[in-house]
Design a protein around this ligand. Structure first.
Ligand SMILES: NC(=O)c1ccc[n+]([C@@H]2O[C@H](COP(=O)([O-])OP(=O)(O)OC[C@H]3O[C@@H](n4cnc5c(N)ncnc54)[C@H](OP(=O)(O)O)[C@@H]3O)[C@@H](O)[C@H]2O)c1
Length: 234
């Protein structure tokens, strides 16, 4: 992979060094999109637009994370199952996606709110200690970050989806966005990597890699945009 923009590192720096988090705790989001801004392809999943080099970085970022954070919609559509580190699902309704049921205790955590209609079911499936009730009507995302850090989960990797990314940005909870831009155009009607009400978040480019026309960027959220920018408290 060619480094087009990057910090002053040894030219032989590996991906773990290129993607090392500068602080702890740290919340990084990783997304993939086409050149015309689609976050999915014809299958309605990101699997129809990503490619081999994106998968390399995807796995590298997973290996650097203490926990994977994902919106329930993405977990349902993309068929998330338990992995070798905790998966934290965010669901307003308190829904535990089917394939995330039945893992070892603690392999799946749910972040939800007190008004969630499926709260009792979630507690029965995951155990009370693995269901984080954060807010009354909405999930308090900055509080989620804090609660996970208290459990020793400080390096967080969020894999979307677009609504959760938008809400995390609005809440000032994102430290870094990693985005892969694949050299394809797909037209059609597809979500972008953010969906929902407007946000305006300035970013600073930290790293840009290129491989066979695919661009892999790492942007940090400007410090003034971190901290609550919208009333997201429950
Ligand atoms: N290109 C990429 O990198 C990428 C990455 C991820 C996903 N995707 C694609 O994006 C699509 C899914 O989009 P999406 O926007 O629906 O995904 P999403 O944000 O993961 O899912 C939305 C659902 O997640 C829960 N949720 C999200 N934000 C929440 C919040 N702030 N508080 C409480 N619950 C919250 C809610 O679940 P409940 O309904 O259970 O309350 C909501 O209905 C799929 O096609 C997927 O393949 C693409």
């Amino acid at each position: 992979m060619k480094v087009l923009v990057g910090p002053d590192l040894d030219p032989g720096a590996d991906l773990a060094e290129l993607y090392a988090a500068p602080a702890d705790p740290w919340l990084r989001v990783n997304m993939v999109e086409t050149l015309d801004g689609a976050a999915t392809g014809e299958s309605g999943r990101s699997g129809s637009i990503n490619n081999a080099v994106d998968k390399v970085v995807y796995h590298q970022l997973r290996s650097l994370a203490d926990a994977i954070l994902v919106g329930a919609g993405t977990a349902r559509v993309e068929g998330y199952a338990p992995v070798d580190r905790p998966t934290v699902v965010v669901s307003r309704r308190g829904h535990v996606p089917d394939l995330l049921r039945g893992g070892t205790p603690g392999s799946v955590l749910l972040a939800t709110c007190a008004s969630a209609e499926l709260l009792d079911e979630a507690s029965g499936l995951l155990g009370d200690e693995h269901v984080l009730v954060l807010g009354s009507q909405r999930v308090d995302l900055p509080l989620l970050k804090q609660r996970l850090a208290e459990r020793g989960l400080t390096q967080l990797l969020c894999e979307g989806g677009p609504h959760l990314l938008r809400d995390l940005l609005a809440a000032g909870a994102v430290d870094e966005l990693c985005a892969t831009i694949v050299p394809r155009l797909v037209g059609g009607e597809h979500p972008r990597i953010t969906q929902g009400p407007p946000v305006d978040v300035p970013l600073q480019l930290h790293l840009l890699l290129e491989h066979a026309g695919t661009l892999l960027g790492r942007w940090t959220v400007s410090p003034e945009s971190r901290g609550v920018t919208e009333d997201v408290r429950g």
